[in-house]
Design a protein around this ligand. Sequence first.
Ligand code: PLP
Length: 456
Amino acid sequence: MTPNPHSWEQRELRSFFHTFSDLPSLQQDGPTVMERGDGMYVYDTEGNRYLEANAGLWNMTLGFSEHRLARVAAKQYEALPGYHTFFGRNSQPAVALAERMLELAPAPMSRVFFTNSGSEANESVVKLLWLMWSGEGQPQRRKLISRKGAYHGSAVMTSSLTGKDYVKAFGLPLPEVVMADCPHAWRYGNAGESDDAFCHRLADNLERLILAEGTDTIAGFFAEPVQGAGGVIVPPASYFKRIQPILRRHGIPLVADEVICGFGRTGNIWGCQTLDIAPDIIVASKSMSAGYFPMGAVMLSKQIDTRVTEACQQWEEFPHGFTTAGHPVGCAVSLEAIRIIVEDGVLENVRTQSKPFQSRLSAMAEHPMVAEARGVGLMGALEIVADKSTRQAFPGAARIGERIARAARLRGLIVRPLGSSLVLAPAFILTGAQNDWIFSTLESVLDQTYRELSGG
Ligand SMILES: Cc1ncc(COP(=O)(O)O)c(C=O)c1O
């Protein structure tokens, strides 16, 4: 059938330059243009309903029809529709949000500033660290340690901090970035190595890396508590316990990138609480506004705050900022989103639903195409393989993740293919019945794909 050239999908294809989209699939299936949302569901322009098992990009954690957020936004638009945080000016919602975030911080934090996104927040941290070290007479401390598999954003430095092959497409990473190991025991553990021995080895490697690069060249260490876009990599229990003393010993600030984990995803307000991390700097975004407004935040420990403030003296300011950062509407929306998550039973629901979610996820490891099922809280991933006994992945040309995701979409389920894994991260308002439906649907999709691939 010839597609209608006036459909949203055809108009989209002609006008929209897609980011992070599989171009062959786009050519084959076309885009999906959404029209509206309701709870866990989104509806496309044809009226098809999808259960969004990724909460958009991990961020729509209160689902797609939280009217309280819309009402708060409307009220704030009437009162003060926009303002900024330059030249000592500010708005009430930004102050109130900063105070609330400090109250909720997983470790004593001193002050907060806002950005419009996770990338901007991480970029800001890099500049802040460079300014701090330079102000302390160590301008050579510019290197940043990140980890393979990490995702810290899409701007130039945050792409560099992203431990994925595709950053080479842009001639990145920048030379300041140094990559440490990815804490994925299933993939990188040696045969017979215990989780703790694995963490011990990674900690030793980290210390060797620091010494080889030169301690006095390193500005900071970036880590997601759970690597999200790396495929939901939950580090073994002793990982952060083993690496933190090394960072401390070498005076290297630890930046916890809580863009995905922050505000509930792992079953606690912070991933730092779930993974036992004592951060010097925290970066948040996504769930802080439940995706209803572009927001990002950077929280500083007292020590970092003092050091950066002193380093700013010679410049008479922190010469950095974004026009719409700390937007009063975004801050008001975030305050309400955080209130709903923390005080209105939503975090409690994450804890309740995490149990059946993780138990159905683990059960998927029985499937002949699933080599590992991993996750924590309401995030999980399935490692899809061609051969379970050898852990051999499907060849790239099989586009297995896309194939499974497409079959799921045809049944009204949105899941995210990520390399060789399939990622699930539903909104925090998930019910038990929806959880059952997600996994039953996924099981039949995997069965169907398996049958097709084995010629059955
Ligand atoms: C851990 C982490 N950090 C940073 C970012 C970048 O955030 P944004 O896309 O808002 O710039 C993301 C986005 O997914 C993320 O997952």
